[in-house]
Design a protein around this ligand. Structure first.
Ligand code: TYD
Ligand code: MG
Length: 464
């Protein structure tokens, strides 16, 4: 009997490792149950990912450039996306020939964002080709219509065969190509299903070639998995120049656009948008939005001046403590890491005259924001102390500072930006780490403002 030529391999959907047999746990990346059977007709022609054809290059691809003065001539050409928030997150506009990945959960507004961006780019006289593998031309068209986007410079298409997409892009020569979901694209010479590791990797490789050799900025939309990471191989994130994530609490109408990686600008930038009936609207002054509904009942509510990338952002941290008879009191936290909360509780319990060990503690960061900076410690501590002692917190006070295990308050970065933002919104009193005093030596503090420098959490209880 003739042996079947078709070989099956098992590919880890997390890291792309291949095995002849199924394995429960990937020995490369440690992911469980991540192997999927894929049909392999022949060995791939290239190792790693291919960048597609190389014929159409204007400069020879492999030629090294000397890092002398002549290099200044190679300047990044940036496109204005029409949205200040989006420009900042991209590091000052969309760079020509850049390769960008936008991830986000379903229905969060990825397609809407990129369609509106296409409208903005057309305003900057840039040609955009928007290819959707998920929606028909009439669907995309009617959405664009509803969003008020009309321009001869924007073309929309519905296609999921990547060869056709590449063909179209090379023929139309747009400045920007949007591929609405890399998971729906496929190369017909690969046997694996669309969305599988080999398809995603190869398709992305071809599109990278398009970006780097033809100078077309390519933006990919990527689905995210249950745990919030971008579906498909990690290698996708390594390939692209810029990874953006679009998220937001579905119970709120604002959406947060974050930079997770950027080869052309700062990472950890944040852009804030609001979804309404006319699509996404940018929020240029998010601190106001996040403090908008702050009540007059200020027991257990502290304002924290956070930094999101290069932008300061004020937000409200709320705390509630309730005494309990349970042996294990509850620690519930929305918006800060619960381990951080355990640590803070322990420090406050030890160094201050509070008995938190017999209290349930609830923390909430208003607006669905997630604070990762340790600088939030002081605001969380202030909110807890306030609710625990039923003490009013002054509505015009802002807190920031990291708390260490010995109760010391540690300095944080970007002190000036934080204070300026709080000052802009009319805050009067700033409670900040003592070690940050030297960073403010050159700053002019208005006479009606007060800064309290604190060295230890014990000082905090004196202030509030
Ligand atoms: P969409 O961009 O299709 O999400 P994704 O591509 O990330 O899956 O956004 C869909 C959601 O956005 C949908 O639930 C409705 C909402 N939406 C509005 O609220 N207003 C609008 O003007 C548009 C176009 C969408
Ligand atoms: Mg979509």
């Amino acid at each position: 009997m003739a042996k079947s030529k078709n070989k099956t391999v098992y590919t880890c959907q997390n890291c792309g490792a291949q095995r002849p047999r199924w394995e429960g746990k990937c020995s490369d990346c440690g992911a469980w149950n991540s192997f999927v059977e894929e049909l392999q007709l022949e060995e791939p022609k290239t190792r790693g990912w291919s960048t597609g054809s190389v014929e159409k290059t204007s400069t020879s691809p492999g030629k090294p450039v000397s890092l002398d003065q002549s290099l200044e001539a190679i300047k990044l050409d940036r496109f204005d996306t029409g949205y200040e928030e989006l420009n900042r997150v991209l590091g000052g506009g969309l760079a020509r020939g850049s390769f960008v990945l936008l991830g986000g959960s379903p229905g969060i507004g990825k397609s809407t964002l990129l369609l509106q961006m296409a409208g903005g780019l057309a305003g900057d006289k840039r040609k955009v080709l928007y290819i959707s593998g998920e929606e028909s031309v009439s669907q995309t068209g009617s959405r664009a219509h509803r969003l008020g986007i009309r321009s001869p410079l924007i073309e929309v298409g519905s296609e999921s065969n990547l060869h056709n997409v590449m063909e179209m892009a090379r023929h139309k020569k747009p400045d920007v190509l949007v591929v609405d979901s890399i998971q729906t694209m496929y190369l017909s010479d690969l046997q694996a299903a669309p969305g599988s590791v080999s398809q995603v990797r190869e398709c992305a490789g071809h599109l990278m070639g398009l970006a780097k050799q033809d100078g077309i900025a390519v933006i990919l939309i990527g689905h995210v998995t249950k745990d919030g990471s971008i579906a498909g191989p990690k290698v996708l994130e390594h390939m692209v120049d810029c990874v953006l994530s679009f998220d937001g609490d579905t119970s709120y109408d604002f959406r947060l656009l974050r930079t997770l990686k950027n080869r052309f600008g700062a990472a950890h930038e944040l852009g804030v948008f609001q979804m309404n009936s006319k699509g996404l609207e940018e929020v240029l002054n998010p601190s106001e939005l996040f403090l908008e509904e702050r009540g007059d009942q200020l027991i257990g509510s502290a304002v924290f001046a956070s930094m999101e990338g290069t932008r300061p952002l004020l937000c409200e941290v709320q705390a509630l403590t309730l005494s309990t008879n349970m042996a294990m009191p509850r620690r519930t936290s929305l918006g800060i890491d619960v381990n951080r909360l355990h640590l803070l509780t322990a420090v406050l319990d030890r160094h201050l005259d509070v008995r938190l060990a017999h209290n349930d503690i609830f923390i909430n960061v208003v607006g669905g924001l997630k604070l990762v900076e340790p600088a939030a410690d002081l605001a969380v501590a202030a909110a807890i102390l306030s609710t625990e002692g039923r003490r009013d917190l002054d509505a015009k006070t802002v807190f920031f500072g990291e708390i260490g295990l010995t109760g010391e308050v540690r300095g944080v970065s970007f002190v000036e930006s934080r204070i300026k933002e709080a000052d802009k919104l009319g805050f009067q009193h700033f409670v900040i780490p003592f070690s940050n005093k030297r960073h403010l030596a050159d700053m002019k503090i208005p006479a009606d403002k007060k800064i309290s420098y604190i060295k230890n959490v014990r000082d905090l209880s004196k202030i509030i």
